[in-house]
Design a protein around this ligand. Structure first.
Ligand code: UN1
Length: 516
């Protein structure tokens, strides 16, 4: 290990502290594993306890800070992230692999969230409404919930922590976050920006380390009132079960197998462009990746050929090189999964139209590179057409009608995003209505959600919640309905209803009918 490899610490109670065990784990560049980004705190339940202690203590005062003042800190966070956008994007590409254009987008998403939720500090609207009784007032207000625990993924190392954190902070909650072991640096950069924005100590804490040793203690700590997790459906289920005994609030954002339907009237070039971006952006490592292409049989062959040509021409390499269009897989085990699925696809009888192999030789030997891969002649029941791969692999499944496309789109376990390419507005609206998904695109691929709209999915993708947009506030706050009676008497709802002339007349009328 070269002597100049930096050592990173946890961020707990406004201090940078080592893991209590003193242990460290390494984080390496997936494009070049000889490049060690640093050694990070390998935390266990003692470090998690310290962080939850800090967050629970800080909650006592943070919840009472006026929401506009909380929002102002988020606004400053947005400004700081803007100033450091290039620095943080480069650090992110180095630890995560996706190309610079995309990591700049990732930091931008955090900036957008900071400004969105910063503004929410001056809204955070509840409802005022009328009481059914005189001289009585009724309203509902959002209340913070307490300490939130976040388990965040490596594919959007700053954007996803920012979705969760900015919404929680503006609501008045405090946070302990356990980032993915592949991308701790980006979350520590985010913590630094929050500290520099003037966030009081203990309000936001980072504990780095593995899922079993650091994640589980966070999930199980009874003082943590909300868990928000983004990751696989299998881990989401374990988390949900672990939270059930305490009826902890749980927000889960999990897998996807997102279809693009391409109709025979579509602008073919546009659809191919969309599929390239949707399938190979972030090396296919997005929950929203376009991993199934349901293409009308009249154009399926042509579409597959064009897509194969375009995929084969993509420049793959280190994301730090501005000319590169697709980076590596995140780590060796992810690369193995991708290669396994490619073998499965071949064995299932799908036809390779591009890619299909690990990239070797210089400059690929030091990283986890795989060719952008397109399968043609896919079938709806194939594993490559139904299971999430999380890599640069997509499959064309021919369809004979819009109805069949929608039926296939809806038959997997997931329901995150969907898309249609068509120039027929009627078809677009039918697909928008009938594809079961939390996000839907017309003449765009399945990726590209904006921060001010709800993000999340149906079926086994989620558990009914959404993040980003104003919908996120529902995860991180609890409604309180408040009634204020200024009549000076105890008026009973549903019983002491005022005797209005119209009601009196109706009563008289029914008595007359009964008697007459
Ligand atoms: C993900 O797919 O894992 O919608 C997150 C998008 C990004 C976020 C994606 N804004 O493509």
């Amino acid at each position: 290990m070269p002597a100049n490899v930096p050592v990173f610490k946890n961020y707990v109670n406004g201090e940078w502290v080592p893991a209590r065990s003193g242990r460290l784990f390494e984080n390496r560049n997936p494009a070049d594993i000889t490049d060690c980004i640093g050694r990070f705190a390998d935390s266990d339940e003692r470090d998690v306890k310290d962080a939850v202690d800090a967050a629970a203590e800080a909650y006592k005062s943070w919840r009472l800070v006026p929401a506009p003042a909380r929002g102002e800190i988020l606004y400053r966070l947005g400004q700081i992230l803007k100033e450091r956008k290039e620095e943080y994007s480069r650090a992110m590409t180095r630890e995560m692999g996706k190309v610079l254009k995309e990591t700049r987008g990732d930091v931008q998403e955090a900036i957008d969230m900071a400004f969105l939720m910063g503004g929410e500090g001056r809204r955070l609207h509840g409802q005022t409404t009328h009481s059914e009784l005189p001289n009585k007032f009724a309203m509902s207000v959002r209340q913070p919930i307490g300490v939130c625990g976040f388990i965040t993924p490596w594919n959007f190392p700053m954007a996803i922590p920012a979705w969760k954190t900015t919404a929680a902070l503006v609501c008045g909650d405090t946070v302990v976050i356990k980032p993915a072991t592949d991308t701790p640096h980006s979350v520590l950069n985010f913590a630094q920006a929050l500290e520099d924005a003037g966030l009081p100590k203990g309000v936001f804490n980072v504990v780095t380390g593995g899922g079993a040793k650091a994640g589980m203690p966070l999930i199980k700590d009874r003082r943590v009132k909300v868990i928000s997790f983004t990751g696989s459906t299998a881990v989401g289920r374990t988390i949900n079960e672990a939270c059930a005994p305490d009826f902890k609030h749980v927000h889960l954002e999990m897998g996807g197998k997102n279809p693009i339907i391409v109709m025979d009237d579509a602008n073919l070039e546009l659809a191919v462009d969309g599929a390239i971006w949707g399938a190979f952006g972030t090396s296919g490592q997005r929950c929203t990746a376009s991993s199934r292409l349901l293409v009308h049989k009249k154009i399926a062959k042509k579409f597959t050929t064009l897509l194969g040509e375009r995929a084969g021409a993509l420049r793959v390499g280190s994301g730090l090189d501005e000319k590169v269009e697709m980076g590596p897989s995140i780590n060796e085990s992810q690369l193995d999964t991708v290669l396994d699925y490619i073998s499965i696809g071949r064995a299932e009888g799908a036809k390779l139209a591009a890619g299909g192999r690990r990239l070797t030789g210089k400059p690929y030997d030091k990283g986890w590179f795989v060719q952008p891969t397109v399968f043609g002649d896919g079938h709806r029941k194939m594993r490559i057409a139904t299971e999430e791969i999380f890599g640069p692999v997509t499959v064309v499944v021919p369809i004979s009608s819009l109805e069949e496309g929608i039926e296939i789109a809806n038959e997997t376990d997931y329901g995150l995003s969907g898309a249609i390419f068509t120039q027929d507005v009627n078809k677009a609206f039918v697909a928008m209505r009938d594809v079961v998904a939390g996000i839907f695109y017309v003449n765009l691929p399945t990726i590209g959600a904006e921060t001010h709209l709800p993000f999340g999915g149906c079926k086994k993708t989620g558990n009914g919640h959404r993040e980003a947009g104003l919908a996120a506030l529902d995860v991180f706050s609890e409604w309180k309905s408040v009634y204020v009676d200024y009549s000076g008497t105890i008026q009973k709802a549903q019983i002491d209803v005022p005797d209005l002339p119209a009601r009196a007349a109706a009563k008289k009328d029914s008595t007359r009918k009964r008697e007459g």
